[in-house]
Design a protein around this ligand. Sequence first.
Ligand code: 0O2
Length: 211
Amino acid sequence: GTETFHGAQIVQYAELEQVYSGAMREISTKLENLDDEFQLRDRHNPIHHMECRLKSIGSTIGKLRKRGLPLSVESVRENLFDIAGIRVICNYEQDVYKVADTLSEQSDIEVIRVKDYIAHPKPNGYRSLHVIYSVPVFLTDGPHPTPVEVQFRTIAMDYWASLEHRLRYKNDMEDSDRERHVATLRECAKELSRIEATMQAIHNEIGAGEA
Ligand code: 0O2
C-alpha cells in the first residue's frame, strides 16, 4: 500500500520521536553509570559497548501494516514498544544478568516485559535477554512514561545474531543453501554457548583485570 503518515501526524510523530530519544538517553545514562560503578568496584567493565537506535518512520509504518494495526501516532504509542532500542553488549553472560538485574531494580523505571532467550534460546539458536522498560521523560507538561526495548547480549551472541540477521534478509538464495546455513548456524550457537561458559570460568578463576 501507499498509506503513510500525513500532515498533523508527521508533526505528532516528530514529537513522539523526541520523547523516545529522551527515554533512550535516560536508560543509556543509567547503564553508563552502572558500568562505571562496576568498573571501580570489581575492576571489570561488564558492558563492552552499547548501540542506540530510533526506529525509522518507514520501519514503524511497515510494522503497523504487517500487524494490521491502525496507521496513527496513537497506535504507535499503544502498540509498539521498540521505537527506542538499546543494544547492550557485555563481555560475559554473567555480566548480562548483573547489569539487567541491577537496572531492573531501579525505583524510577518499570519493567514492562522480559523475554529471556538466553535461558530459553529460540529454535534457530538466537540468544539474548530482551527487556522492555518504561521510563518517565519529564517535559514542560510533566512526566511521559515511555517504553525502551533493551537487548542485552554477549559479544559472542551479538556476533552470531549479526550473521543470522544477514542471512535472514538475503533474498537471492536457493532454499537448499539457506536450510544448510540455518542448520550450521544452529550448531554454531550451541558451540559458542559452550565456549563462552568455558571462557567465563577462566575469567572467574584468574580474577578481575582490565576487561
Ligand atoms: P529487526 O530486523 O532486527 O528490526 P516485538 O518486539 O514485540 O514487536 P517480538 O518478535 O515479539 O516483536 O519481539 P522479540 O522476540 O523480543 O524480538 C525483537 C527483536 O529482537 C527483533 O526485532 C530483532 O532485533 C531481535 N531478534 C529476535 N529474534 C531474532 C533472531 O532470531 N535473530 C536475530 N538476528 N535477531 C532477533 P525485529 O523488529 O523483529 O527485527
